[in-house]
Design a protein around this ligand. Sequence first.
Ligand code: ADP
Length: 263
Amino acid sequence: MGGKITILKLGGSAITVKKKAFTPNLNVINRLALEIKKADVHPLIIVHGGGSMAHPIAKKFKIKEGYKRRGQLMGFAETHYAMVKLNELILDALIEQGLPAVNVQPSACVVTENGRIRSMEIKPLLELLKLGCIPVLHGDAVFDAVLGFTILSGDQLVANLAVNLDAERIVLGVDVDGIYTADPKLDPKAKLIKTMSIEKLKDIQNKIGNSLADDVTGGMLGKVVELLPAIEQKIPTIIVNATKPNRVCKAIRGEKVAGTVIQ
Ligand code: ADP
């Protein structure tokens, strides 16, 4: 394979139009494919979120809460289908750039238990990396051994892969410049936190505890807390704005770039 793996997460907030249901942001997707080509980083794993393509259906059918009635099955199928469609658009863009991107579907290789990854069939992904391909995973509707089914977030996948494969670095691309003192979309006085320590992160985790719900606290805090196991393992992690040109390119190369570094 040669060298340690870089893991790039493309957040749903960046690759879809968050306020408009079922709307991919093709401009951003195509530009990111160009940047990934330009960065020429190997080995690389890409994980993407669902944003407005998948969240509305998942929410409507309460897929994350698990299987309770037959009526949810179409929601389970449609949530997964929405992710497959978004994945296809990302693969289109990467392949157009001549990058050997190959989808690895979490619903077909991961089993969760109460929402946490219990097992993952990792061999095909490792073989793809050895060949020089770029595995592209995504948040997904997956089978859960306790709940029947649930939503596996792209962030949990990123942390799990980073820890198990001892990644070189993690780059999270979102639609804001990094972690702020408050949600920058709601609070104009919010300030960008350029460096965040693991102690501060643990503090946040203790404060929000298990009551964390993405739509209540805002996606960002849940995301960074999810990454704690990787950060504890000293894997360099940076959050950058993927809607701004060149940030992702520089970040995956390990170059200095605007964003929040967690260490
Ligand atoms: P993605 O789906 O792209 O992984 P999320 O939408 O879950 O990302 O999280 C990113 C969003 O989190 C931003 O668009 C921002 O509005 C919101 N957010 C909430 N609190 C914060 C904060 N303290 N700092 C930065 N962003 C925050």
